[in-house]
Every structure is written in structure tokens, then in C-alpha cells.
Design a protein around this ligand. Structure first.
Ligand code: ITT
Length: 193
């Protein structure tokens, strides 16, 4: 079975990607397995650019077929922020970033708290230098307080319209049916199969 490198340092993402790609005809390996410890550059202006940059960097380094995910939360009231900067919106932990978003939305009524999770998945093949991308989105609203303890990142404040609870209140199975990442990977999966 050919190897497929999943180029992410984010544990929460890695677990979801492994679940969503279960049973594809590839052996999934992670950055640790591939011996890649570098800080992977992420300097693009779009999710597409960053996903390609990450997949290409790790793919060239390892010589393996490589998949990377660039994702983030776009909040309408904040004109799309934190967007591509979701992971570095403020220094600190996921919890600090959640609190920053809640602070910026303090007093903003429900109807103005619409948000969308975006994931772009890039697949780089070092044999011919080719790259493909797929995008998935998930619609919701930013909750007034964090709810639930599952998932990662902004999950506790993302009330997901598809499942009518926050992503952190959903089981992994529920989130993986409707998430931005699931929607992007569903397309990648068809290609990989
Ligand atoms: P890699 O680049 O190594 O994959 P990262 O965490 O830096 O890991 P991104 O640059 O793509 O990944 O940043 C994604 C940000 O968006 C990060 O802050 C996540 O917590 C958040 N995010 C993405 N998908 C999410 C999800 O399904 N649930 C909650 N937060 C999510």
C-alpha cells in the first residue's frame, strides 16, 4: 500500500483526518513517522495557498504523497476574522483565542453572530510535482459562552446549524458527518480511492 503523509502538527485535526480517511487504500503516516520536525511555513493569504504550501513542503522533504489541511473560522461581524490567522489570532492557547473572539463579540446580538468554518485540503504528489485542493465549509453562529468539551480549537463556541449544538457538544461521529473538514475530505477521498 502506498504511504500517505498527513502533514499537520495539530493533534485534534490529525485524529479527525485519520478517521475521515479510514479504509482508503493508503497507509497513513504522520509527521513524526516521517521524521519531520521543522516549523512548516504558512505565509499565504488564503486557505488554498497555505494548504498547498504545507503539503508541498512536507511532500518534498519526505518524498511521500502528502495531504495538508488549512482551516479557520470566518466571523461575519469581524469581517472574516480570525480567518487564515485563526491559529495565531492571539498568542497563547485555544482557550485564549476563544475568549478573544467572545470579547470582540460581546453584546452583539445572535442574528449578527453568523460564522463559517472553512477547511481546504491539499494533496501534493512529489513524483510529478502535482497538487490538488478541495474545500469544505460549515455554517453556524458564535455562541455567547463556550459549550461542550469535545473537539478542539474554536469548537466550544461554534454552534453548528447542521447539528443544532456546538461542535464541542457533538460526538466525534456527529462532527465528522457535517464538518468543514469532512466536506473537504469527502472529495479528497473519492480521488484517493
Ligand atoms: P497545522 O498547520 O500543523 O495543520 P494548525 O493548528 O496551525 O495546524 P491551521 O493553521 O490550519 O492549523 O489553523 C487552524 C485554526 O483553526 C486553529 O486555530 C484551529 O484551532 C482552528 N480550527 C480549524 N478547524 C477546526 C475545527 O474543526 N474545530 C475547531 N477549531 C478549528
Amino acid at each position: 500500500m502506498p504511504k500517505l503523509l498527513i502533514a499537520t502538527k495539530n493533534k485534534g485535526k490529525l485524529i479527525e483526518i485519520q478517521n475521515l480517511l479510514e479504509n482508503i487504500p493508503h497507509q497513513l503516516v504522520d509527521l513524526g513517522d516521517a521524521g519531520i520536525t521543522d516549523d512548516i511555513p504558512e505565509t499565504g493569504a488564503t486557505f488554498e495557498e497555505n494548504a498547498i504550501q504545507k503539503a508541498r513542503f512536507a511532500g518534498l522533504k519526505s518524498g511521500l504523497l502528502t495531504l495538508a489541511d488549512d482551516s479557520g473560522l470566518e466571523i461575519e461581524y469581524l469581517e472574516g476574522r480570525p480567518g487564515v490567522k485563526s491559529a495565531r489570532y492571539v498568542p497563547g492557547t485555544d482557550n485564549d483565542r476563544v475568549n478573544q473572539v467572545l470579547k470582540e463579540l460581546k453584546g452583539v446580538p445572535t442574528e449578527k453572530r453568523n460564522a463559517k468554518f472553512v477547511a481546504v485540503v491539499a494533496l501534493f504528489d512529489p513524483r510529478d510535482n502535482s497538487v490538488k485542493t478541495w474545500r469544505g465549509e460549515s455554517l453556524g453562529t458564535i455562541a455567547d459562552v463556550p459549550r461542550g468539551s469535545r473537539g478542539f480549537g474554536y469548537d466550544p463556541i461554534f454552534y453548528n446549524f447542521d447539528i443544532r449544538k456546538t461542535n464541542a457538544q457533538a460526538t466525534a461521529r456527529e462532527k465528522n458527518q457535517v464538518s468543514h473538514r469532512a466536506r473537504a475530505l469527502r472529495q479528497a477521498r473519492i480521488f484517493l480511492e
